[in-house]
Design a protein around this ligand. Structure first.
Ligand SMILES: Nc1nc2c(ncn2[C@@H]2O[C@H](COP(=O)(O)OP(=O)(O)O)[C@@H](O)[C@H]2O)c(=O)[nH]1
Ligand SMILES: [Mg+2]
Length: 275
């Protein structure tokens, strides 16, 4: 992470604006809390990516929240058709003042945006989506490392071809758990059955109907320790001895949740604002 941080700090110098990609299913947990401080000198954009998997109302509430806090914010589906225009428009808006100032001085210069975010939020997918067919090298620029490439996304706008990696903050238990549910943090170190069981508990409060629809043996009366066994039962997952295969049930629950098959769910809540 030290190297990633150093690279990021080098790259910040090269851009005028920063677009932070977060996971719309957990915008706060997937934000880097240092973001505002790190990029205080830059125009800042926040894109709630994977909006196709998140609860639409929650996404709207989060967009309002970030906008109130002075960020340019938009939903994004990097794997889909929607969102590209709005994202480009937002990036153009972020740099429009600077472009205008330069033009007033008679300077014709492109302004630059860097994409940043924690692992797995869709940074590469986003860049590919935005770059699309424009993804031809815009040429080397003096003073810029040769490996760094820029993609033209508007008449005055270029996007850095490689994303900046931010590190997730895992001190907050609840946020760390949300990232584990989403598969953002390496879950080899986590106990799959414990994680899936905790996820089922969260989903029982967030979207009980959808959950019971998907796993028919679950009911509102199912005790916490019986959630995972009930999933195994719903799917007929049995071990050779006839015991319920809760390990397999855990994998299925996590996979189906991450794939958006259970429901469109947002795990985070908009933080309380001080009046
Ligand atoms: N459903 C959905 N999946 C996405 C979206 N954007 C990215 N992904 C998926 O998320 C995973 C991680 O994406 P990637 O671009 O590699 O993330 P990065 O680590 O931030 O560069 C991949 O499987 C993508 O296909 C999106 O808007 N919607
Ligand atoms: Mg990537």
């Amino acid at each position: 992470m030290a190297k990633a941080k150093r690279m990021l700090q080098e790259n910040i110098k090269l851009v005028d604006a920063v677009a932070e990609i977060v996971d719309a299913r957990a915008p706060e947990a997937s934000r880097n809390p240092d973001f505002d401080a790190l990029f205080s000198q830059k125009e800042r954009i926040i894109l709630l990516n994977k909006a196709d998997l998140a609860d639409e109302n929650a996404t709207r509430r989060f967009l309002d929240y970030y906008r109130r806090r002075g960020l340019l914010a938009a939903p994004m589906v990097s794997t889909g058709a929607a969102g590209k225009k709005q994202a480009v428009a937002l990036m153009e808006r972020a740099v429009s003042d600077k472009v205008k100032r330069l033009q007033e001085k008679g300077i014709k210069k492109t302004v630059r945006v860097m994409v940043v975010g924690i692992p797995n939020v869709g940074k590469s997918t986003f860049i590919n989506r935005i770059a699309g067919e424009n993804r031809t090298k815009t040429g080397d620029t003096p003073g810029v490392t040769r490996s760094k490439q820029w993609v033209k996304v508007g008449p005055y706008l270029e996007l850095m071809d490689s994303p900046g990696l931010l590190w997730p903050k895992l001190e907050d238990q609840q946020k760390a758990q949300s990232l584990a549910f989403l598969g953002t943090v390496n879950d080899d170190i986590l106990d799959g059955e414990e994680l899936a069981s905790a996820l089922l508990q969260r989903l029982m409060t967030l979207c009980p109907e959808a959950l019971m629809q998907r796993y028919k043996k679950l009911t509102l009366e199912t005790a916490i320790e019986d959630l995972l066994p009930a999933v195994a039962q719903s799917r007929g997952f049995l071990l050779s001895g006839g015991e319920l295969d809760t390990e397999r049930a855990a994998r299925i629950v996590l996979d189906e949740f991450r794939g958006g098959k259970i429901a469109r769910v947002t795990l985070d809540q908009v933080p309380e604002e001080q009046a």
